[in-house]
Design a binder for this molecule. Sequence first.
Ligand code: NAD
Ligand code: WQD
Length: 337
Amino acid sequence: MKVLVTGGAGYIGSHTCVELIKNGHEIVVVDNFANSHPKAIERVKAIVGKDFPFIEINICDTEALDKVCADHKPDCVIHFAGLKAVAESVSIPLNYYENNIVSTINLLRAMEKHGIKHLIFSSSATVYRADNEMPLTEDSTRGCTNPYGWTKYMCEQIITDAVKARGNCSAVLLRYFNPIGAHESGTIGEDPSGVPNNLLPYLSQTAVGKHKELPVTGADYDTPDGTGIRDYIHVSDLATGHVAAIEYATKVEGAHPFNLGTGKGTSVLEMIHTFEKVNGVKVPYRITDRRPGDSGVSYADPAKAHELLNWKAVKTPEEAYADTWRWQTNNPNGYQD
Ligand code: NAD
Ligand code: WQD
């Protein structure tokens, strides 16, 4: 299968490119480096020992996207490209709505024009309301608290409607829980610009000495140790989920949502202590106020993906923390070194 990967220089995209090639797919990658670095592409090529076409375009540019589809004739698209910082989406919502939604509409039009039948879309567990019972199933109530989340919610709806109207085509909407970890080689990983928003990048940068201490944002939740619980999933497991999703997409019609999570929750303090043990380092931390809008507990019911995609997360938290630490210590400044 020839797969067009949008946003393939990014964190999840780069790991998925590795897995796609390992599984015999041909790939064509596009990215505008809005939140990534060309080195990620070079390093993916080094890991797989293969070259593949990369084209630097903004996928909101209709003509540029059209040319990529005409030149490369993909059979399928995995659409990672998007802006993803929650707080930033609150301060510049129109940039988020424009980039994430226009790019998705453009892609759907290009797919129809070029007869590309299958789409795998990067959605998020953020589409679920915080007041659902746990674990979250694909039928849990949806609703968002920030513009970033609404772009995912709206794109899911746009894709579902477009696929239905077009007929004889399919989309898999992958709702990722909390991606963590890095490729076992330690050569590709998450490279947040500025101060990280997410827990594990902040934690590992604290362990390497970039921050004095990790703020533990809330220890008064209704959880065993009071800190927030999330379903952290290794990025390489997410990557194999995309390979499974392609196979499924070729067998079905219509749009189908799937949770990609482990089904297990981990608290902030559990993560700190296990990270310290696995990597033999100290992580200074301080309990602070809750982050506005945060929920106490969120984890997936991944049964639908087990059953229909024949996919399961297999990596342990210990592997994820060791892989993150290898990436962090080999690349203290991410791809800038
Ligand atoms: P990332 O920022 O590392 O990767 C996204 C890539 O898309 C970047 O390389 C960026 O340069 C590119 N991009 C953005 N807009 C573009 C455009 N208009 N044209 C071309 N390229 C563009 O993010 P990630 O963590 O790899 O996430 C990938 C996808 O998964 C995103 O859609 C994100 O919203 C979604 N997601 C991420 C998480 C997470 O916590 N990382 C969780 C759930 C869902
Ligand atoms: C995890 C836990 C925090 C930072 C976010 C987005 C979501 C999705 C994934 C894309 C929580 C605590 C955090 C810190 C801490 N992205 N924490 N100190 O909030 O579950 O999800 O990323 O779709 O949309 O909202 O992940 O990593 O920010 O937080 O104690 O410095 O760590 O309170 O309990 P979150 P996170």
